[in-house]
Design a protein around this ligand. Structure first.
Ligand SMILES: Nc1ncnc2c1ncn2[C@@H]1O[C@H](COP(=O)(O)OP(=O)(O)OP(=O)(O)O)[C@@H](O)[C@H]1O
Ligand SMILES: [Mg+2]
Length: 418
């Protein structure tokens, strides 16, 4: 996956309309006897508790709107009961929204007839349910192959494909068992395998790793990460796991009592929380995992070309009172580091290359600050920030890494957050 806030090099929010895969507009879901009555009266703007008390209806989704772009991992988080499952189920109309529209590739699925809905559920999308949703009377392999069977694939072919995916989720050998004889975590993995088997364009994952122990969760996350890197699916991902979310998600929508309180990149939610709820929700996030080099990088002091002569280089260093410089080739590709001492020892050389120290501890703008710690510890000089082609962009100074951590700690103290 590329960085947290960009997809195919585009900043989220600046995508073209044709790249929008899912669009949810002003969707409400009210459970109860007379949802329309709630919707048509002023009480709808009251709190969830008040609505329940006065009308007996449960406000599960309140005026939800957002867009998900092609190839994006859109994470939905929030406390239990905040409306996450309701939201994700509405996208397949497993729950009917009370009002609002849900567009997939620009078509309002709320208007879909039976056949269109079936197609949506079996071809375009696949869902992993929070509570497994497996067929108890089908074996593991037939559960996993279910979507392919619906598509009319032969038994031999669909079993071959199912076996492949079962192996991926670590359940080889369990093909002939029934879900009832599997542990919760194993059933969850069958659910994941079933969703992956059909290779859908859109994946809807409701707490897919919820029942898994940490080691397997990590393994499944890695699997999802690889799938995403290779196939760039569009994924709506409900999770309680903030670290998993920050690792996998491009953007996070944080829900409370049926409303989306804030949508943003993990970094935005952590550095610019909209209110105390968001701040408290994300305060456990390890900042160093979420912040990236791009937020703390700065212009390099002195940059030299490989053809510069040592004398010229020394003059340039002296002019800027610098003790080191980065060296690049004609195309701007990063080559290495020069320090003033080596340079003066070799001042008679033809070019600076002879005095240059080759260093490999570069990073990219997307590198997490956490990944910079060992690089910073291994060198006295700033870390060069390069692009995919190795071209020098900027640098990260060791002091910037530590300052970013200290600033945050002080902010927290100031706000009285322990
Ligand atoms: N069929 C239903 N009838 C009445 N109320 C419902 C129904 N389904 C969900 N709710 C209510 O809607 C609200 C949102 O529920 P939902 O299951 O979407 O929450 P969630 O965010 O997925 O929670 P969790 O993290 O526990 O899975 C809750 O208050 C729940 O009680
Ligand atoms: Mg749920």
């Amino acid at each position: 996956m590329s960085g947290n806030d960009s997809i195919n090099g585009n900043k989220v929010g600046q995508m073209r309309p044709e790249d929008i895969v899912v669009e949810v507009n002003n969707v409400w879901k009210i459970f109860g006897k007379d949802p329309q009555q709630v919707l048509n009266s002023d009480i709808k703007s009251s709190s969830k508790e008040e609505i329940l008390e006065k009308t007996g209806c449960v406000l599960a989704m309140k005026d939800i709107s957002f867009k998900v772009n092609r190839g994006e991992v859109f994470v939905i988080m929030g406390l239990s009961g905040s409306g996450k499952s309701t939201l994700i189920r509405c996208i397949l109309r497993l729950i009917e929204p009370t009002t609002g529209s849900i567009l997939i590739h620009g078509k309002d699925i709320c208007q879909f007839k039976r056949r269109q809905l079936d197609y949506l559920r079996t071809h375009t999308t696949a869902m992993v349910f929070q509570h497994f949703g497996l067929f108890p009377h089908r074996t593991v392999i037939d559960n996993v192959a279910y979507g392919l069977q619906i598509r009319g694939m032969s038994r031999k072919k669909r079993h071959a494909r199912a076996e492949e995916v079962i192996k991926k989720v670590g359940l080889k050998g369990w093909e002939k068992y029934y879900p009832g004889s599997l542990s919760g975590g194993m059933q969850q993995r069958v659910g994941i395998a079933r969703a992956l088997a059909t290779d859908p364009e859109i994946l809807l994952l409701d707490e897919p790793f919820g029942g898994l122990d940490p080691l397997i969760r990590r393994q499944m996350q890695d699997e999802l990460f690889d799938i995403q890197a290779e196939f760039k699916k569009t994924i709506l991902f409900v999770t309680h796991d903030l670290h998993g979310a920050t690792r996998l998600g491009n953007r996070i929508a944080l829900m409370r009592n049926g409303e989306i309180i804030q949508i943003g990149t993990p970094q935005e939610l952590i550095t610019e929380p909209k209110d105390e709820y968001v701040r408290r929700f994300v305060q456990d996030a390890i900042l160093a995992k979420v912040l990236t080099a791009s937020s703390i990088m700065s212009q390099p002091g002195v940059t030299l070309y490989e053809w510069h002569k040592p004398d010229q280089a020394l003059q340039m260093l002296a002019a800027k009172e610098a003790d080191h410089a980065f060296v690049v080739d004609r195309s701007g590709k990063f080559l290495g580091l020069l320090n003033a001492q080596n340079l003066s020892e070799q001042r008679r050389g033809q070019s600076v290359i002879g005095a240059m120290e080759k260093i490999t501890n570069t990073c990219t703008p997307e590198s997490s600050v956490e990944s910079l710690f060992p690089l910073a510890a291994a060198s006295k000089h700033p870390i060069p920030v390069v692009d995919e082609d190795g071209k020098l962009l900027e640098q990260v100074e060791t002091s910037a890494i530590f300052n970013s951590m200290i600033r945050r700690t002080e902010e927290e103290k100031g706000a009285g957050v322990s």
